[in-house]
Write a protein that binds this ligand. Structure first.
Ligand SMILES: *[C@@H]1O[C@H](CO)[C@@H](O)[C@H](O)[C@H]1NC(C)=O
Ligand SMILES: *[C@@H]1O[C@H](CO)[C@@H](O)[C@H](O)[C@H]1NC(C)=O
Ligand SMILES: *[C@@H]1O[C@H](CO)[C@@H](O)[C@H](O)[C@H]1NC(C)=O
Ligand SMILES: *[C@@H]1O[C@H](CO)[C@@H](O)[C@H](O)[C@H]1NC(C)=O
Ligand SMILES: *[C@@H]1O[C@H](CO)[C@@H](O)[C@H](O)[C@H]1NC(C)=O
Length: 597
């Protein structure tokens, strides 16, 4: 009896690993109606080209994680500030054990053993490196090289893939497959030519009245400096001191890294006490840090200069995340995944200590990001919120239009096969667990015309925003933009001319956006104040901003964000989709957050 059982065992094991997939036909898991606008099919992908596939396993306990997030981010809730630990968060992100088994068996069927698999800390992501030929077999698809008409970038993608029936509820998605997003840096330099003030060589002296009612150097209406930002947003007197605990993080993607000489030159000009100080560099997935002037990233330079410059001596962390284009089809360039957020999230979530405030100035049209991927990345942002991190994202640079930088050639068409005209929101700014930051110009402040802001087509309007958005929508004339947008979203602001050092020179035409790192800097300063008062950091900000925080913001009531052949949305009294609730009054915010538990 015993002998028979033993003899049968290998057979039983073999059965267990093949039977679930036998006769179980492949069913389409995801497909898109051709590549998004701008991309065209170039040639079949080479079979031996290595793809790094990321398999997202379902997180069945996510609703519980989200419930924690709402409670611990709501200043009026008893659990405000009771952030979760890494272990607690991971327990709420981990898949069912059955999922791990079934997916493991499927991988084994294709010759992949546990040694070939990289797992995330919460075991919710499986990463494998396989040749295109094998990926095509596993996913019953054909990969092609797609080229971008405007930029010439190439990527290896497909428009449809399949999985065995039984795997469908054990896998959320596999990428890179149908994901064409480019995650561009949201710099606004191009737009300044027609919107900003001319850069004047001798700005006027004297003072003008700033948004908080205090006097501000008149030159700040022409050129923004760290001193101007502190004056405008009423933070002139505040000095950060919680340097053994508080941190500010700034992300860099798609080959953007900061040039340290530019940073030191900026410090020398604008905050001499910071001169000589360094930030911590964290490299993720082979992220580079090329210090040649020619390699400096304009966005990364700007973000570090304004973010770290405003908050010094708060320790800064700069994340350089690899996996960027361009993929050169004729060279066997590995690691061209072009979907860097998952790498960044996996790394950050695996850390015990995470900067309390993190700024990101990258994104793309929401519709170029597959729905399933957007939902999953956004869930990762929720997990960071549950850990007590405030995430700030640029809202984008294209008004309500698509990411085509020239408004005249904006297409504003849906890529879901219907080809209908619609406003195109940006992702990750549209994720309801992050705070999206837009731009203003001039004093008094006016919404920057290129500032993106509007309503997500993927994410339902979150409860914290319900009242504010309803009031705004009720003010729109009936039928306004009907069908162009899907009511939801949030923004904050600031944007002005600057002339920061870039590649060793002050950029003479000077205009740029620095809204996200600037707002992040003020949030980091608020965290500094709370930490000094033995309080928890602010964590996910929106429930606070929408319940009481807005009373300490300067309402912006002028301007609009044109796009798609329309004038876009108007800034109004109170909340609006262009400027949200407005720009910060630091002293007032500080009073509010110090009065909170
Ligand atoms: C590719 O990614 C692996 C980790 O996934 C990393 O070790 C390697 O350095 C990367 N290679 C390049 C060329 O970036
Ligand atoms: C750094 O960038 C420069 C300029 O783009 C380039 O010539 C050089 O090869 C790069 N160095 C490395 C190590 O990638
Ligand atoms: C969508 O419509 C625009 C014009 O309205 C047209 O130029 C474009 O080719 C159409 N795209 C598709 C995929 O049908
Ligand atoms: C700031 O500049 C704008 C644009 O030129 C101008 O309209 C505005 O009056 C200026 N503000 C002040 C307070 O002078
Ligand atoms: C924005 O304001 C202008 C000028 O008052 C008005 O004509 C337009 O209808 C408004 N647009 C929206 C979307 O409310």
């Amino acid at each position: 009896m015993k002998l028979v059982a033993l003899l049968l065992l290998p057979f039983a094991v073999a059965l267990a690993s093949t039977v679930p997939f036998k006769g179980c036909h492949q069913k389409v898991k995801e497909n898109i109606h051709g590549p998004p606008s701008g991309w065209y099919k170039h040639a079949p992908a080479q079979k031996h080209y290595i793809l790094e596939l990321k398999i997202a396993l379902p997180q069945p306990k996510f609703p519980e994680l989200e419930q924690h997030l709402w409670e611990i981010s709501d200043p009026s809730h008893a659990r405000y500030g009771a952030y979760l630990s890494k272990q607690e968060t991971e327990a709420l992100m981990t898949p069912y054990p059955e999922t791990l088994d079934v997916v493991g068996e499927w991988l084994a069927l294709h010759g992949l053993t546990e040694e070939d698999v990289i797992r995330s800390s919460a075991r919710d992501w499986v990463t494998i490196r396989v040749p295109v030929g094998l990926a095509e077999e596993m996913l019953d698809t054909t990969y092609h090289v797609y080229k971008h008409a405007e930029t010439g970038e190439s990527i290896v993608r497909t428009t449809s893939y399949s999985l065995p029936d039984i795997l469908h509820h054990h896998v959320d998605f596999i990428q890179p497959t149908t994901m064409f997003a480019r995650f561009k840096a949201f710099k606004s330099t191009m737009h300044w030519a027609n919107q900003a003030q001319p850069v004047v060589s001798s700005p006027p002296g004297g003072t003008i009245t700033g948004p908080a009612g205090n006097p501000v150097d008149a030159s700040c209406n022409y050129t923004i400096t760290l001193s101007c930002l502190r004056q405008l947003y009423n933070a002139e007197r505040y000095k950060t001191t919680a340097t053994n605990c508080n941190k500010l993080g700034i992300t860099g993607f798609i080959g953007q890294y900061a040039n340290n000489k530019d940073l030191q030159q900026f410090y020398q000009d604008q905050n001499p006490s910071a001169y000589g100080s360094k930030y911590t560099l964290v490299s993720i997935n082979g992220g580079k840090d090329n210090q040649s002037y020619d390699a400096a990233g304009d966005e990364a330079d700007l973000d570090t200069q304004f973010g770290f410059g405003l908050t010094w001596p708060t320790p800064g962390t700069f994340y350089t995340t690899g996996g960027e284009p361009p993929y050169i089809p004729d060279l066997l360039t590995p690691n061209n995944t072009n979907e860097p957020y998952t790498y960044w999230l996996e790394h950050v979530l695996s850390q015990d200590d995470i900067p309390q405030t993190i700024s990101t100035s990258y994104g793309d049209d929401e519709q170029t990001v597959p729905y399933t991927y957007a939902i999953r990345v956004c869930a990762g942002m929720a997990a960071l919120g549950a850990r007590g991190v405030s995430l700030l994202f640029s809202s984008g640079d294209n008004g309500v239009g698509d990411s085509n930088s020239n408004p005249a050639t904006q297409i504003c068409k849906s890529n879901d096969g219907r080809n209908v005209t619609q406003f195109l929101p940006t992702f990750p700014a549209s994720c309801p667990y992050v705070t999206s930051v837009g731009g203003t110009v001039n004093i008094p402040e006016t919404a920057a015309s290129f500032s993106s802001g509007g309503f997500s087509n993927y994410f339902a309007r979150p409860a914290y925003q319900e009242a504010a958005v309803s009031v705004y929508l009720a003010m729109l004339a009936p039928g306004t933009y009907e069908g162009l947008y899907n009511p939801h979203f949030l923004t904050w602001q600031h944007n002005q001319n600057t002339s920061p050092p870039f590649r060793g020179q002050r950029s003479p035409a000077g205009g740029t956006s620095c809204a996200a790192p600037t707002f992040a800097a003020f949030v980091s300063m608020l965290n500094d104040a709370r930490i000094n008062a033995q309080k928890t950091p602010l964590g996910f900000l929106n429930p606070f901003l929408y319940s009481t925080g807005y009373t300490a913001l300067n309402d912006i009531t002028d301007g609009n964000n044109p796009g798609c052949g329309t004038l876009g949305f108007n800034a109004t009294v109170g909340w609006d989709p262009v400027t949200g609730y407005g720009t910060p009054n630091f002293e007032k915010l500080k009073e509010l957050v110090l009065a909170m538990p």
